[in-house]
Design a protein around this ligand. Structure first.
Ligand code: NAD
Length: 409
């Protein structure tokens, strides 16, 4: 029976363990104490019960999955595992301290980290450093980035660190498939694919709100209505948690050397400081005290005029991108969001982070985009996208819309 270990049995670890057990793998879980781990196992068993009640698992499948889960009392219990997935708190030192004794106890195990924002290469090197300078830890370490809720969301970003062995990367991809997931491959860069490409969706929307182009509910409505996104940027930030979204923005921006285009927005920071974190605190961009939720942030509307070149570029882009025309304000709004997302995706192509098909799959499965940004840009026409970016760049004056090479080629 193939077996895996999951270290850190919180939200993500429990979801990963459940997924593996449902796929016929034996899973051993390790957390800070056996009490904590036992409670996590009980939560997983309750989740399996709910699936059985809904008829999504047969009683026999439910029993079999439950029997595959075991509680470990220390790293030595993980020594025979083929794959160890680490999902402890997002802290490089804690991750390395946790993985080092496990790597030492199981000298052949693949070490996979579910980190959202830390470098896989650095994690691997830190673990190796704790076990003496040289060894094969960096070769057997990869990123295996699942999405929340793990049992429901199919995407896994498989990340190669600078020294990861291609055979290890291949095996992890295969495991993800065995677990019913869709793996995409990416190099070890800040934010990987999804957390980086998605930044512009939020940031340009925040900037437009701040500039008074439109109200937040209008931006959400237009992005949903004209572009076919399931949720608008503000609804989505409220659902993810404004604190979580802001932390990812800061982390990606810092690690990439603080580029203007990814500068986190002050509005987000203010809401975090006020404890308005979104749905989980019942107040964020919207107030959830009533149904339907009402906008809880009013920003003054300002009239604006597009310079003729930008007006023309917006019109052309919209003509190719939208099924329904919408007003020029709506066109400007959705064009600006969409072309920013496309430009970041194109930058990943320029940097050789991932291929276009994987970028598209990642954005469709990881964040529910109606189309992949690369296939969408091809459909609209790369040069139409680049012309819009250039016109936006002239207006913004900060260079943040500089088109990626791939769009101008
Ligand atoms: N929550 C998400 O949406 C999400 C999505 C993708 C990736 N991630 C990443 O997954 C990881 C875990 O996130 P989470 O949301 O599940 O966190 P969480 O706080 O729910 O769980 C973390 C778990 O790690 C345990 N832990 C801490 N130190 C430990 C140690 N030394 N040994 C064993 N266990 C230890 C904690 O007791 C806790 O159970 C983070 O790296 C995070 O960035 C989170």
């Amino acid at each position: 029976m193939p077996n895996a270990a999951v270290v850190g049995a919180g939200t993500m670890g429990a979801g990963i363990a459940q997924t593996a057990a449902q796929s016929g793998w034996d899973v051993v879980l390790l957390d800070v104490s056996t009490d904590v781990t036992q409670k996590a196992v009980e939560r997983i068993l309750a989740a399996l019960d709910r699936l059985a009640e809904k008829g999504k698992l047969s009683p026999a499948q439910r029993q079999a999955a439950g029997r595959r889960l075991r509680v470990a009392s220390g790293p030595a219990d993980l020594r025979d595992c083929e794959l160890v997935i680490e999902a402890v708190v997002e802290d490089l030192r804690i991750k390395a301290d946790t993985l080092a004794p496990i790597a030492a106890a199981g000298p052949r195990a693949i070490l996979a980290s579910n980190t959202s924002s830390l470098s896989i290469t650095r994690i691997a090197r830190e673990v190796q450093a704790r076990l003496g300078g040289s060894g094969d830890i960096p070769r057997r370490t990869v990123g295996m980035h699942f999405f929340n809720p793990v049992p429901l969301l199919p995407l896994v970003e498989v990340i190669s660190g600078a020294e990861s062995d291609p055979a290890v990367v291949q095996r992890v991809q295969q495991v993800a498939q065995e677990w019913g997931k869709t793996p995409v491959r990416a190099r070890d860069v800040p934010g990987f694919i999804v957390n980086r490409v998605a930044r512009g969706f939020y940031l340009e929307s925040l900037r437009m709100l701040d500039e008074g182009v439109a109200g937040l509910d209008e931006i959400d409505r237009t992005v949903r209505g004209l572009l076919g996104f399931r949720m608008g940027p503000f609804e989505l930030m409220d659902m993810i948690g404004i604190d979580v979204n802001f932390a990812v923005s800061c982390s990606v921006w810092e690690q990439l050397g603080r580029p203007a285009r990814l500068t986190p927005h002050a509005l987000q920071q203010q809401l975090v400081e006020q404890g308005r974190l979104g749905r989980k605190t019942r107040r964020g961009f919207y107030s959830y005290e009533s149904e339907p939720p009402l906008p809880a942030l009013t920003t003054p509307r300002r009239s604006f005029e597009l310079p003729p070149k930008l007006y023309e570029a917006v019109r052309r882009f919209s003509e190719a991108a939208l099924a329904e025309p919408g007003s020029i304000t709506e066109q400007y709004l959705v064009s600006r969001v969409l072309v920013t997302v496309m430009n970041e995706a194109a930058r990943l192509l320029d940097e050789g982070v991932a291929d276009g098909a994987d970028i598209d799959t990642a954005m469709k499965l990881g964040t529910n985009y109606p189309r992949g940004p690369i296939e969408w840009a091809e459909r609209i026409g790369r040069h139409t996208c680049a012309a819009l970016l250039r016109a936006m760049n002239e207006r913004s004056g900060d260079g943040r819309f500089e088109p990626a090479e791939w769009l101008v080629r």
